[in-house]
Ligand binder design. Structure first.
Ligand SMILES: NC(=O)c1ccc[n+]([C@@H]2O[C@H](COP(=O)([O-])OP(=O)(O)OC[C@H]3O[C@@H](n4cnc5c(N)ncnc54)[C@H](OP(=O)(O)O)[C@@H]3O)[C@@H](O)[C@H]2O)c1
Length: 252
C-alpha cells in the first residue's frame, strides 16, 4: 500500500466471520481499525489476533442511531478521521420459514440490521468524510449473491440485500462531489457461523437439502483489502466473490 494513503477504517460485525477476517487483514496491513459489534468480548478477541495493530473495540448495535453516532465519534476521537467503512454487520433471519408464516417482528429485525443499520453507518461515514480534511473516503457495503438471486424461504434477507444494491448506487452517485467512493462486495458461501449449514445441507430451489462448497474468509478479506487500497480516483463498484463450485452459477 502507498504509505501516503490514509488508512483508518471502521468495520462493523468485526467480532466474527467476514468482519473479523477483514479487520485483521487491514490491521496487519497497517490500517487503524475501529471494531464494531454488539458483543464486546468477540471484538476484543479480534483485536487480540493482531496485538501489534492499532484497534479500538466499540460496542455498537448498528440498528440504534445513538450507537452509530457514538461509534464514529469514538473512531474520530481515537484516530482523527475515517477513510474506510466496511459496512458488514448482518443477519440471516429465521431459516426456512415460509413467507406466510414469517412473523413481522422477524422481518423487521432483519430490515433494521441489514438495511437500516447499513444506512445509519453509511450516513455517519458520509458526514465524517464530507467534513474532514482532506475530504473523502470509501464505503464498501457487504451485499451478497442474495442481492441478485434468492435462496428459497429467505424473503427478508433477500429483500434487504437487494436494497443494499440501491443503497450502494445512490451513495456512489451522491458521494462523487465529496470524493467518497462507494462499492459493494457480493459474497457466496464463505465459511463462517452464518453459513455453517452449507457444509451439512442447505435447502435448494427444488426442495432438496444438499451440502454446498464453501471458501475461506481470508480470500474475501484479501478482496476487500484490494478494494480498500485503490487510489481514491478508482473504485470497484461491484465485486462478486463466491465458492467456485457452488450451485449459484449454472441454474443449480
Ligand atoms: N458468509 C457468507 O458466505 C456470506 C455471503 C453473503 C453475504 N454475507 C454477509 O456478510 C456479512 C457478515 O456475515 P458472516 O458470514 O461473517 O456472519 P457472522 O459471523 O454471523 O457475522 C455477522 C456479524 O454481524 C454482527 N451483527 C449482527 N447484528 C448486528 C447489529 N445489530 N449491530 C452490530 N453488529 C451486528 C455480529 O456481531 P454481534 O452479534 O456481536 O453484534 C457478527 O459479528 C453479513 O452482512 C452477511 O449477510 C456473508
Amino acid at each position: 500500500m502507498n504509505t501516503k494513503q490514509p488508512k483508518i477504517a471502521v468495520v462493523t460485525g468485526a467480532g466474527s466471520g467476514i468482519g473479523r477476517a477483514v479487520a485483521t487483514e487491514l490491521l496487519r496491513a497497517g490500517w487503524s481499525v475501529a471494531l464494531a459489534g454488539r458483543r464486546p468480548a468477540t471484538l476484543e478477541e479480534t483485536a487480540a489476533l493482531v496485538p501489534e495493530g492499532a484497534s479500538l473495540a466499540v460496542r455498537t448495535d448498528v440498528a440504534q442511531p445513538g450507537d452509530v453516532t457514538g461509534l464514529f465519534a469514538a473512531a474520530v476521537d481515537r484516530f482523527g478521521r475515517v477513510d474506510l467503512l466496511f459496512n458488514n454487520a448482518g443477519i440471516n433471519g429465521p431459516r426456512d420459514v415460509p413467507v406466510e408464516d414469517l412473523p413481522y417482528d422477524a422481518w423487521r429485525h432483519v430490515v433494521d440490521t441489514n438495511l437500516n443499520g447499513a444506512f445509519l453507518c453509511a450516513q455517519a461515514a458520509f458526514r465524517q468524510m464530507k467534513e474532514q480534511e482532506p475530504q473523502g473516503g470509501r464505503i464498501i457495503n457487504n451485499g451478497s449473491v442474495s442481492a441478485h438471486t434468492p435462496r428459497p424461504r429467505s424473503v427478508a434477507y433477500t429483500a434487504t440485500k437487494h436494497a443494499l444494491t440501491g443503497l450502494t448506487k445512490s451513495l456512489s452517485l451522491d458521494g462523487r462531489p465529496y470524493g467518497i467512493a462507494v462499492g459493494q462486495i457480493d459474497i457466496g458461501n464463505a465459511a463462517t457461523d452464518m453459513t455453517a449449514r452449507m457444509q451439512t445441507g442447505a435447502l435448494q430451489a427444488n426442495g432438496e437439502i444438499a451440502p454446498e462448497p464453501v471458501m475461506d474468509v481470508a480470500d474475501v478479506a484479501r478482496t476487500v483489502r484490494h478494494m480498500a487500497e485503490l487510489p481514491s480516483a478508482a473504485n470497484v463498484q461491484f465485486a462478486t466473490v463466491l465458492a467456485t463450485a457452488m450451485p449459484y452459477v449454472g441454474r443449480g
